[in-house]
Structures are given as structure tokens and as C-alpha cells.
Ligand binder design. Structure first.
Ligand SMILES: O=c1ccn([C@H]2C[C@H](O)[C@@H](COP(=O)(O)OP(=O)(O)OP(=O)(O)O)O2)c(=O)[nH]1
Ligand SMILES: [Mg+2]
Length: 146
């Protein structure tokens, strides 16, 4: 599907079948331990109605350097025409991390999204799960279901 874009670096899918296309930094920033920063990508897009783009972390940056996206997944609304920015967080407690212009800092995933029509009702239809949540199915600890 075609998505009009204005960008110094057009996001690239690294491999066929990849869900995410990499976003690169349009500005240099140093993230001290525990620090976050709003990092510009220079990218502006026009998604068709009925689609959303999610800004999500790159697992390599997260695993190697503790760099994540604070609000993951960041939501890019179809009507948004401003610059896509990434709210990066350095979760490492000791190491600062330097982002240079052109570094791949996050990835963008484009998805179809239905428009919900919320209908106020008095009672909801039954379901197997019912109101159970927040660990209601238990969890596995040392091989034992707790
Ligand atoms: O990681 C993100 C998240 C959002 N946005 C842009 C696109 C999105 O369409 C807009 C608004 O995002 P959101 O609705 O998440 O933020 P908000 O705090 O609710 O702001 P608003 O009142 O503008 O909706 O900001 C980004 O560039 N990066
Ligand atoms: Mg909003």
C-alpha cells in the first residue's frame, strides 16, 4: 500500500517480510542513564483513513544498550501530518548512550485499525473469561502453577 512521505531518510524494511521499517534520528542526542528524550526523525507521512502506525523499540538497542521507547507503542494517527518523534529512554543504570544523526532508533509498523462504534448498553454479553483478569489464570513459578 502506498503511503505519501516527506523525509530525509525514508524508513526501510531491512528484509522482505519484516513488519517494521526502521526510523532514523534526525538529530544527535546523548541519553544519560535513566534519561529520556524526544528525538525527531524528520519523517512526515499521510496514512490512509483506517490505518495506524505504531512506533516500537528495536530489540537490538534494547538488549545491548537498554534503549527503549517510553510510550511503546507510540501511536501515529492517520490524520497526523507533523514530524514523527520517538520518545527514547535509556534504562541502563550506568552507561550513557549517544545517538548520532542517521542512527536507527526505532521502527514503525503500519496496521489497519477498525473504527469502533461504542454502543452504551445495560448488560454485556456473557463470555468464558468473564471478569477474570490481572493474573486470574495463575502463573508458572519453578515449574509449579501458582
Ligand atoms: O511516539 C509518538 C506518539 C505520537 N506521535 C505523534 C503522532 C500522533 O498522531 C500524535 C498524538 O499522539 P497521542 O495521541 O499518542 O498523544 P496525545 O498526548 O494524546 O496528544 P494529542 O492530544 O495531540 O492527541 O503525536 C509521535 O510522533 N510519536
Ligand atoms: Mg491523543
Amino acid at each position: 500500500m502506498d503511503v505519501p512521505i516527506i523525509a530525509p531518510d525514508v524508513p526501510v524494511y531491512a528484509h522482505p517480510g519484516d513488519a517494521g521499517a526502521d526510523l532514523v534520528a534526525a538529530e544527535a542526542v546523548r541519553l544519560e542513564p535513566g534519561e529520556r528524550a524526544l528525538v525527531g526523525t524528520g519523517v512526515r507521512i499521510a496514512l490512509p483513513e483506517g490505518y495506524v502506525a505504531f512506533v516500537v523499540p528495536r530489540s537490538g538497542l534494547a538488549a545491548k544498550h537498554g534503549i527503549t521507547v517510553v510510550n511503546a507503542p507510540g501511536t501515529i494517527d492517520a490524520g497526523y501530518r507533523g514530524e514523527i518523534k520517538v520518545i527514547l529512554l535509556n534504562t541502563d543504570r550506568a552507561q550513557a548512550h549517544d545517538i548520532a544523526v542517521g542512527d536507527r532508533i526505532a521502527q514503525i509498523i503500519v496496521m489497519p485499525v477498525p473504527r469502533a462504534v461504542f454502543i452504551p448498553v445495560e448488560t454485556l454479553p456473557d463470555s468464558v473469561r468473564g471478569e477474570g483478569g490481572f493474573g486470574s489464570t495463575g502463573y508458572q513459578k519453578d515449574g509449579v502453577l501458582a
